[in-house]
Design a protein around this ligand. Structure first.
Ligand SMILES: [Zn+2]
Length: 423
């Protein structure tokens, strides 16, 4: 039985050409808005790994990474190591002098007609995905100059070295926003407020523990999910509102947009202050809509690497660091995917950041484990969070693809900020 979790919400789009043939044939944009009702319904449980029922990622006061591939480092230890690397001259300071990553103005589709799956990188971990069904999803949007907490009129945290390619107001349709976790480079209060201002009926999806943050920000349209939870999303033209739509030929009058969203595991940490480490869950996500399946890996580590002598490969079999088993489970139970959005940056030094951030070599393993046919890189090119040079991730990605006998282009690519790719 379908359990409706929310009452229908209204929905707005400016150019609903893809919704119904009668609207598609309009030569000019309609003067009346089309309103849609959005429902989020619980989907009957599909097979998932046996260990899921144990909820081994639930801890007494929050959540944990239940795998030996994870090693917990205290923030204090990370700070101490980074400072001592700086003092003894071991640290690399990335040069952000332009030109670095090319930023171009994104071109969003003017309607919901989408012959192919389309993804546009909007910097760091933010992707706007246009599904063939007409669904429009924004992942981990952060459009601020800095990624950090707000302190009165100021925002703290690192300053971007590449500009956002557009503003929220430039994105014509946002139906859903999907958040991987609450770190400031993935969840921004000013950006979320701007999205709500421009798209008041947009629905937010976030891992367990984040609902109260949205509620205290005045946002009620939020669904909180645990790993392996799934929901059905339906967008239906709202009766009695919007332009009068006459049926064309035998075309059905209803033109619903349907999608299935899955919250899935990954290996990470959460906190927005010194007092809430692990209090909220982190996640990767899958969305299937209009015959296309997208996997958004969020922010994730794959292994926990010890410090190895300079010049040595930490993938050398003699090290054999345990890998996170969750990605193979994702591939087995929810794959394959047409497109993976996979993090490739913020990884150096490896013995500090590997538990929480994959490097390009780890990213290619994630790509293969999750059974993605194609992938695009993310989590680089925007803020200096770690020590690697800002243009190193795409170079290392090519090396990793070569090592795995994969084509260096056309399989797992990086794109310019603001660039769209079709699949
Ligand atoms: Zn993070």
């Amino acid at each position: 039985m379908r359990l409706l979790l929310r009452s229908p919400l209204t929905w707005r789009t400016q150019y609903p050409r893809g919704i119904h043939p009668a609207i598609r044939n309009m030569s000019t944009p309609p003067t009346t808005e089309v309103l849609y009702a959005l429902t989020v319904a619980k989907f009957p449980a599909r097979p998932s790994p046996e260990d899921v029922l144990k909820k081994s990622h639930h801890a007494q006061n929050g959540f944990r990474n239940p795998w030996e591939s994870f090693r917990d480092l205290q923030s204090r230890d990370i700070m101490q190591t980074m400072i001592s690397r700086r003092l003894n001259g071991k640290a690399n300071t990335p040069d952000t002098t332009p030109p670095t990553v090319t930023v171009r103005k994104p071109e969003f589709l003017p309607s919901r007609d989408t012959p192919k799956l389309r993804a546009t990188w909007l910097g760091h971990a933010c992707y706007h995905v246009e599904f063939p069904s007409g669904l429009r999803v924004l992942f981990d949007p952060v459009f601020d100059a800095r990624c950090g907490p707000c302190c009165g009129p100021f925002q703290l945290g690192p300053k971007r070295f590449t500009e956002p390619p557009c503003q929220i107001k430039d994105i014509p349709v946002i139906d859903a926003v999907v958040i991987s976790h609450n770190h400031y480079d993935h969840l921004s209060y000013p950006t979320i407020l701007e999205i709500v201002k421009r798209h008041p009926n947009c629905h937010f999806f976030a891992p367990l523990g984040n609902k109260s943050w949205f509620h205290s920000s005045g946002i009620q349209n939020v669904t909180e999910m645990d790993w392996w939870d799934e929901r059905d999303i339906e967008l239906s033209p709202k009766e009695g509102k919007g332009p009068q739509v006459e049926p064309v030929g035998e075309a059905p009058v209803t033109a619903e947009i349907k999608a299935r969203i899955s919250c899935l595991p990954c290996q990470h940490i959460t906190a927005r202050s010194a007092f809430d480490k692990y209090k909220t869950l982190w996640a990767s996500w899958a969305i299937e809509s209009g015959g296309s399946k997208v996997y958004f890996a969020g922010d994730s580590g794959y292994r926990s690497v010890d410090e190895v002598p300079e010049g040595e490969d930490d993938w050398d079999p003699k090290y054999n660091f345990p890998i996170c088993p969750a990605f193979k489970q994702v591939g087995e139970f929810r794959g394959p995917f047409d497109l993976g959005l996979i993090p490739i940056g913020a990884y150096a030094p490896r013995h500090i950041f590997s538990p929480a951030h994959s490097d390009p070599h780890d990213a290619v393993h994630i790509f293969k484990d999750t059974k993605c046919r194609k992938a695009l890189g993310m989590h680089w090119g925007t803020w200096v969070l770690t020590e690697e040079d800002v243009l190193e991730p795409p170079k290392k990605l090519k090396e990793a693809l070569k090592k795995h006998d994969l084509a260096e282009t056309g399989v797992f690519d990086v794109c310019d900020i603001g660039e769209s790719r079709e699949f």
